[in-house]
Design a protein around this ligand. Structure first.
Ligand SMILES: CC(C)(COP(=O)(O)OP(=O)(O)OC[C@H]1O[C@@H](n2cnc3c(N)ncnc32)[C@H](O)[C@@H]1OP(=O)(O)O)[C@@H](O)C(=O)NCCC(=O)NCCS
Length: 352
């Protein structure tokens, strides 16, 4: 079998030849996975990759031959000392892909010793990898990784939405929750509200179902949000936030959406969450319907809303299905421990 040589990529110093190879490979993968969607422009991707990440560590490698990229591997983990580090420090998240004309030649398995080396060097004990492609499922099962969380990208076709029903959901909101205040922000959230908003957002994010996934706590701080906003500036992304607030100041529900100028027809729905003690009052429907009506007015070219949901998130899926969201791509998040991966690597070396 040919031996392949992964080379570490430092995006801060990589030259034009690297970026040419990288974007060609990225385009090929895009055509394979999302052929009908707009592709993120090269300069946006480059800007985001080159920006120093104060909260996450990134590991990037390529396998190339004769000026052509055959495979790209990247992994990330919480940076020591960053918010949430204590409960996330054992976890590495990896993603790898191989040029479709060069699969089943042993390139993918080249990432096994490299992953082990990254894990040992940094003390990670579990690695997670996601896929929505049959080749990815087959490879990850062959590796011995276990599917821990299933989910899907769901899409809503705006032309099919029952807008009268959306307006009813909005009208019912204040009727069922007369003392609840409704807030809406376009562009960026005002900085002075971040100290109050971030802990409440974090607590809502941690109510998301993770099924059997080994995961740490999600901790969003003002510094994390400001870094996120700075990254949004690189692509001209516009954020939209709506929330409900109870008379004591508690945020009882949140929804956010993100519009990117290079993707005028597909708008991303981010997170929607309603506190456990405020569920059953129609706040989720109020928030989502108000946002849908608002964005349809703001972005007349929008044809689709897209969002990712865990398959087990019944309350969210119930609202989304009523709105008309339909499954677009199903995927799974797999995990394997460092010791299981080392065992598999040894087994493969012995069967050569
Ligand atoms: C998953 C992927 C990276 C595998 O790359 P690859 O170079 O083909 O992998 P290898 O040749 O090292 O395959 C190792 C073993 O995995 C299994 N496997 C890989 N792809 C398979 C497929 N399409 N069908 C069945 N088994 C498969 C086989 O047992 C294979 O060994 P074999 O060819 O000797 O039978 C590649 O298919 C890909 O890029 N898929 C899309 C991206 C993706 O889903 N990545 C998920 C991992 S993060």
């Amino acid at each position: 079998m040919t031996s392949w040589n992964p080379v570490e990529v430092d995006v801060a110093t990589a030259g034009a030849d690297f970026w040419k190879r990288y974007h060609t490979f990225r385009r090929l993968r895009h055509a394979e996975r999302r052929p009908d969607d707009p592709i993120t422009p090269d300069e946006v991707v480059e800007g985001e990759m080159k920006r120093v990440d104060p909260h996450e560590l990134h590991f990037r490698y390529e396998i190339s031959k004769g000026g052509q990229m055959l495979s790209w591997f990247s992994a990330g983990a919480t940076r020591p000392g960053a918010p949430g580090y204590d409960t996330n420090k054992h976890l590495l998240w990896a993603d790898g892909s191989v040029h479709k004309d060069h699969r089943r030649r042993g390139i993918g398995r080249t990432w096994i010793p490299l992953t082990l080396e990254i894990m040992d060097r940094n003390g990670y004990t579990t690695v997670g990898m996601g896929t929505e492609e049959p080749s990815g499922h087959a490879f990850l099962k062959w590796l011995g990784a276990e599917a821990k969380l299933t989910g899907a990208e769901n899409r809503l076709k705006l032309a099919d939405v029952d807008w009268a029903m959306m307006r009813r959901w909005v009208d019912e909101g204040p009727r069922r929750s007369p003392v609840t205040k409704f807030e809406s922000y376009d562009g960026r959230l005002p900085e002075p509200m971040l100290d109050d908003y971030c802990p409440q957002l974090s607590s809502l994010l941690n109510t998301m179902p993770f099924e059997n996934l080994d995961h740490g706590e999600i901790v969003v701080t003002p510094a994390i949000l400001l870094e996120w906003f700075a990254r949004m500036d690189l692509s001209g992304q516009v954020g939209h936030w709506m929330m409900t607030r109870e008379p004591d100041g508690t945020i009882s529900g949140i929804t956010d959406m993100f519009y990117a100028p290079y993707s005028p027809n597909i708008v991303h729905q981010g997170f929607t969450g309603v506190r456990g003690d405020a569920r059953g009052r129609g706040l989720g429907k109020w928030l989502k319907a108000a946002m849908a009506i608002h964005l349809r007015e703001l972005y007349p070219k929008a044809e689709w809303f897209t969002t990712d949901n865990a398959s087990s998130n019944a309350p969210m899926l119930a609202i989304n299905t009523k709105m008309g969201f339909r499954t677009y791509r199903v995927g799974s998040e797999y995990q394997i421990t460092r010791d299981q991966l080392a065992g598999r690597f040894k087994e493969l070396a012995n069967t050569r």
